[in-house]
Design a protein around this ligand. Structure first.
Ligand code: PEP
Ligand code: MG
Length: 568
């Protein structure tokens, strides 16, 4: 079996089949009311215990703001109105606890859902969640919290939500295989951050495998072996050891400069999604952070993060990086990243819709809080601000004007910040790449977001499995846009980086070097290999291939040309 290789490495373990258990509540009449109420109370206590455990785990593994959701869940279970509502129903109607819990939950959920208040609406989601957990415990349905995995396991699931991945025990999860998603989906990005081998887009894998099956996955080739022989397992264990040796060798590159064979220096940085990720970037010798995806601060919770919360998150990373650059990207939600508490209407084409900078310019209240937090944190390190999804120069101007307003406020309040903070944009929409010379005159840097640039250039949804074969970073049009962007940036004297997944692509590394890319920002786990590979290529020599390469007809032609003439 084969899928899309999304996070490098070999995983050998038992299948942990992750499917949401089905909870069907049936009404039953009961005789012994006291017994039923005791059963309900015991289950509430057990549920609180489980929630506390999750709180602690999330706090330890991820962070305080992500853990907060579980304190809110606990509070709901301690709410006297809810508890007495259920007990009264049991007493008055002589029904089983499951039925009473469901009825009372449905009652409150319908109230919350009908209130025109984002915060209370979000409570409905929480309440449903808590009640599901309570019902599961009442009915004795086994929990499938990923935090409870205690054997080396490969998680097999349709897909994982951010809350699922937050609860993963990183010591025990040695692989992830999902039916949905691709290289740039949430699960894949988290897998790479945590350095867990992963494969996505494997149709029907949840039906084809069973709990406890043995499985080997190769996160570099996308191969999956189900119930392999002992001999094959042995071979793969050997391969894993070899990979570990290679890793030791690469570690020697940690504090070296990123230099090509002919002495051209570039910067190799890391992409992060949460403050914790910075540790992996530093362990792997990252020279900075080329993309801090701040949307994770806003996701998986029930309200917007406060200025203080954001300030803390940005400051921690800035301080850890010291003089090294930290590019903070402002909120990039929409598309596949939803914020339920904003109650945004469903769109026909979310990737072309109300998202990222478009949302921020419309919701200046949200935008300004984030900009204040970033600017305040800029007093503690080398922070740069980056806007996502820019398509029109007017957006850049408007966003910069808002920064000026926020700066003015801070000055008035005597709050320190970096007066010369650099402001850049993601180049991820073809319109901007084509017209990049004009944009370059008004910003301090570009960072090419190939994940979206590919999808918009080729009109291929980056998450759609059925057309994934068309989503290709070697497409000559994509490469031409990249080259154009770099050249136009340089003509106007600004630096140009890349933070899309293509920046970490082994085969594109020499091509991007030759095009003059200044900064490569990638998953932490790819940094050392990229720095090591870089030494093999001479910028001057590869430049001679560029004209031929960029005039080739298809993605396959480009890939073959690189294989045969550049990598050799
Ligand atoms: C990109 O589009 O290339 C990018 C880096 O941003 P994201 O993957 O978060 O959309
Ligand atoms: Mg993008």
């Amino acid at each position: 079996m084969k899928g899309i290789a999304t996070s490098s490495g070999i995983g050998i373990g038992q299948v942990f089949l992750y499917k949401e258990p089905e909870i069907k509540v049936v009404k039953q009449n009961i005789e012994d009311i006291d017994l039923e109420i005791n059963r309900f109370e015991d289950s509430v206590n057990n549920t609180i215990e489980e929630i506390d455990k999750l709180y602690k785990l999330t706090l330890k593994n991820i962070g305080e703001s992500e853990a907060e959701i579980f304190s809110a869940h606990r509070m709901m279970l301690e709410d006297p109105e809810f508890i007495s509502g259920v007990k009264d129903k049991i007493k008055n109607e002589k029904v089983n606890s499951e039925f009473a819990v469901k009825e009372v939950t449905d009652f409150y959920v319908s109230i919350f859902e009908n209130i025109e208040d984002e915060y209370l609406k979000a409570r409905a989601v929480d309440l449903k969640d808590v009640s599901k957990r309570l019902l599961r415990i009442l009915m004795g349905i086994k929990s499938i919290d990923l935090s409870t995995i205690d054997k080396k396991s490969i998680i097999v699931a349709e897909d994982l939500t951010p809350s699922d991945t937050a609860q993963m025990n990183k010591e025990m999860v040695v692989g992830i295989v999902t039916e949905l998603g691709g290289r740039t989906s949430h699960t894949s990005i988290i897998a790479r951050t945590l350095e867990i081998p992963a494969i996505a887009g494997v149709k029907d894998i949840t039906k084809l495998s069973n709990f406890g099956d043995s499985m080997i996955i190769n996160g570099d080739t996308g191969e999956i072996l189900l119930n392999p022989s002992l001999e094959v397992i042995g071979d793969y264990e050997e391969k894993t050891r070899e990979l570990a040796d290679l890793r030791d060798k690469l570690l020697a590159m940690k504090d070296k400069e990123s230099l090509s064979k002919d002495g051209h220096k570039v910067e190799i940085a890391g992409n992060i999604g949460t403050p914790k990720d910075i540790d992996k970037v530093l362990e792997n010798g990252g020279e900075g952070v080329g993309l801090y995806r701040t949307e994770f601060l806003y996701m998986d919770r029930d309200r917007l993060p406060s200025e203080e919360e954001q300030f803390d998150a940005y400051k921690i990373v800035a301080e850890k990086l010291g003089k090294r650059p930290l590019v903070i990207r402002t909120l990039d939600v929409g598309g596949d990243k939803e914020l339920p508490y904003l109650n945004l209407p469903k769109e026909m084409n979310p990737f072309l819709g109300y998202r990222a900078i478009r949302l921020c310019l419309d919701r200046k209240d949200i935008f300004k809080i984030q900009l204040r937090a970033i600017l305040r944190a800029s007093a503690f390190g080398n922070i740069k601000i980056m806007f996502p999804m820019i398509s029109d120069l007017s957006e850049v101007r408007e966003a910069k004007a808002i920064i000026e307003e926020v700066k003015m406020d801070l000055r008035q309040e005597n709050i320190p910040f970096d007066e010369n903070i650099e402001i850049g944009i993601m180049v991820e929409i073809p319109a901007v790449a084509i017209h990049s010379r004009a944009f370059a005159k008004e910003v301090d840097f570009f960072s090419i977001g190939t994940n979206d640039l590919i999808q918009y250039t080729l009109a291929v949804d980056r998450g759609n499995q059925d057309i994934a074969y068309l989503y290709n970073q070697y497409h000559p049009s994509v490469l031409n846009l990249i080259k154009m962007t770099i050249e136009n940036g340089h003509k106007e004297g600004i630096w140009v980086g890349m933070c899309g997944e293509a920046a970490g692509d082994k085969k594109l590394l020499p091509v991007l070097l030759a095009m003059g890319l200044d900064e490569f920002s990638m998953s932490a786990s790819l940094i050392l290999r990229a720095r090591n590979d870089l030494q093999r290529y001479s910028k001057g020599e590869i430049r001679d291939h560029l004209d031929t390469l960029l005039s080739l007809g298809t993605s396959k032609d480009v890939e073959n040309y690189i294989d045969e003439n550049i990598l050799k």
